[in-house]
Design a protein around this ligand. Structure first.
Ligand SMILES: C[S@@+](CC[C@H](N)C(=O)[O-])C[C@H]1O[C@@H](n2cnc3c(N)ncnc32)[C@H](O)[C@@H]1O
Length: 246
C-alpha cells in the first residue's frame, strides 16, 4: 500500500477526533483540542511505560493507547463503548499490537475485561488512562470503583476531566444544565469542580498525587484538569451505617 493510498483512506473517514501519526510526518486531521492534549502529554511525560500493562479507557482514535505502546508498554487494551473503524485502520497502518475492546463501558469494566485478562494472563493494569471520559458517564462513582478494581496496587491512574470552576473549596458536582450550560458540550452530563474530582477519587480508593495537578482554563466557567493518582485505602461509607469498618 502506498503513502497516497493510506492518506486517501484516512481522509475517507472524514475528520478524526485525534491527530494520530499514521505515517512518518502524516497526522490525521483532528478536532482542535491541541491544548488539552498538550496538558495530557505533560502529566504523562514522566510515567514509565516500559514493559507495563496499560488500560486506555474511552480510547476514541487511540492516540494515548498508541503512545503507551510506542513508549514500550507490553500490553495495551484500548477500550471504548463503540467499535471505531478509524482505530482499527490506524492500528493496521501502524503495525500496532494494541487490543481494541469495543463495548468496554467503564461502568462494567470488570465483567468485560475479565476473560481477556485471564486469557492473556494479565492480573491488573500498571497504568490506567481515564482521560476525557468521566463527565460523559452517568454513574461516575461506580465507574471509578470499577477502575479501582482493575488497577494494580502499585499502579498509576491518569485522570483528566473537564471541571467546573465554581464552588470554591466545597466539592460540587454540577449538572451540565442551565443557560448558559457550565460546559458547552452536549455529551457532558455534569462536571465536578476540582475539589469534587479529588474527593470522588478519594472515596473510591485513590490517593491524588497533589504535585501532579495541572489546570487549563478552557471555557468561561470550565477548566480541564489532569492529574496522577495511585491506589489508596478503600474508603468505608461515611459512618459505615453503624456497622464494623470492613
Ligand atoms: C472526549 S473522548 C476522549 C478521548 C481520549 N480518551 C482522550 O482523552 O483524548 C471520550 C471517549 O469516551 C468514550 N465514552 C463515553 N462514555 C463511555 C463509557 N461509559 N465507558 C467508556 N468510554 C466511554 C466515548 O465513546 C469517547 O470515545
Amino acid at each position: 500500500v502506498t503513502r497516497e493510498e493510506v492518506i486517501k483512506k484516512a481522509e475517507s473517514f472524514g475528520r478524526w477526533y485525534h491527530a494520530v501519526e499514521l505515517l512518518p510526518g502524516y497526522h490525521t486531521q483532528s478536532m482542535p483540542f491541541g491544548d488539552v492534549w498538550e496538558q495530557i502529554r505533560r502529566v504523562r511525560a514522566n510515567l514509565p511505560f516500559e514493559n507495563k500493562t496499560v488500560l486506555d479507557l474511552g480510547t476514541m482514535d487511540g492516540l494515548w493507547a498508541f503512545d503507551a505502546e510506542q513508549r514500550g508498554a507490553r500490553y495495551v487494551l484500548a477500550g471504548d463503548i463503540w467499535a471505531n473503524p478509524r482505530l482499527l485502520f490506524a492500528r493496521e497502518v501502524r503495525g500496532s499490537k494494541i487490543i481494541p475492546v469495543p463495548n468496554a463501558d467503564i461502568h462494567c469494566l470488570g465483567d468485560r475485561l475479565r476473560s481477556l485478562m485471564v486469557f492473556d494472563r494479565v492480573q491488573k493494569f500498571d497504568v490506567v488512562q481515564c482521560m476525557g471520559v468521566i463527565y460523559h458517564v452517568q454513574n461516575p462513582l461506580l465507574a471509578l470503583h470499577q477502575v479501582r478494581r482493575v488497577i494494580a496496587e502499585t499502579g498509576i491512574l491518569v485522570m483528566e476531566s473537564g471541571c467546573w470552576m465554581g464552588g470554591g473549596d466545597d466539592p460540587v458536582l454540577r449538572m451540565n444544565r442551565g443557560e448558559p450550560k457550565p460546559y458547552d458540550d452536549n455529551s457532558t452530563y455534569w462536571l465536578p469542580n476540582l475539589a469534587c474530582l479529588k474527593w470522588m477519587l478519594t472515596i473510591t480508593g485513590f490517593t491524588v498525587i497533589e504535585e501532579t495537578i495541572l489546570r487549563l482554563k478552557q471555557q468561561p466557567t470550565c477548566e480541564r484538569v489532569a492529574l496522577l493518582a495511585k491506589p489508596g485505602p478503600l474508603h468505608p461509607t461515611p459512618d459505615n451505617y453503624g456497622g464494623p469498618v470492613p
